[in-house]
Ligand binder design. Sequence first.
Ligand SMILES: C[S@@+](CC[C@H](N)C(=O)[O-])C[C@H]1O[C@@H](n2cnc3c(N)ncnc32)[C@H](O)[C@@H]1O
Length: 216
Amino acid sequence: MDNNFKEGYDFENHWNNAYQKTPVNKLGWYEKESTPSLELIALCNLSKNAQIFNAGAGASILIEQLLNEGYSNLVVNDISSSALIELKNNLENHKNSQVQFIVDDLTNPTELLKLKDVDLWHDRAVLHFFTTQQQQNSYFNLLKKVVKPKGHVILAEFNLEGAKKCSGLDVFNYNEKMLHERLGEDFELLKSFNYTYTQPSGGLREYVYTLFQRKN
Ligand SMILES: C[S@@+](CC[C@H](N)C(=O)[O-])C[C@H]1O[C@@H](n2cnc3c(N)ncnc32)[C@H](O)[C@@H]1O
């Protein structure tokens, strides 16, 4: 079923169901370690109190890994409150850490509009679910509104050879040129690479990882 184009499809419910029905370590996007993301984050030379925004973070291990590395200003978003509850529960060892959790829709933001001066926008496997121009425009408008001059952007999405569906939803595939076009000339591409991710089921998923920096 072409869910993405079904008028009024309830994406919040879709993603809450995904997190409620399947243990996190069995989800088709689960990573034991967020190695390629951390590799790119290291290149940003961020201070430990830099504001790192995780768009559609789900219950990703990346947050715990960033806290372990001493990053102290993390803002974590998802459309699914179930995902963020799960993530919070998994951060037992970091009870005193200042992580801000924001349940909001990246394609129709309300709370997220209050963000500003983001040093790093990180998205793995989220943007590719936005298949309409309207969803994509809202996403990039938000990104451009909140990322500060000289701020960094990491976008890791299914590449052109990659899967056409995930979690039962259609996806929009990218290469680094397409991502650069969407960000515009104000952003410089610092690094990109293709990466084959292995799912818990053993399936392979082809991603393109990109790191951009805003000029001014
Ligand atoms: C494939 S998962 C990736 C999760 C996480 N980034 C990771 O790498 O493990 C896609 C995530 O995007 C979230 N998501 C989907 N649509 C969203 C939207 N419109 N706004 C915010 N989050 C969304 C989902 O709830 C889900 O957690």
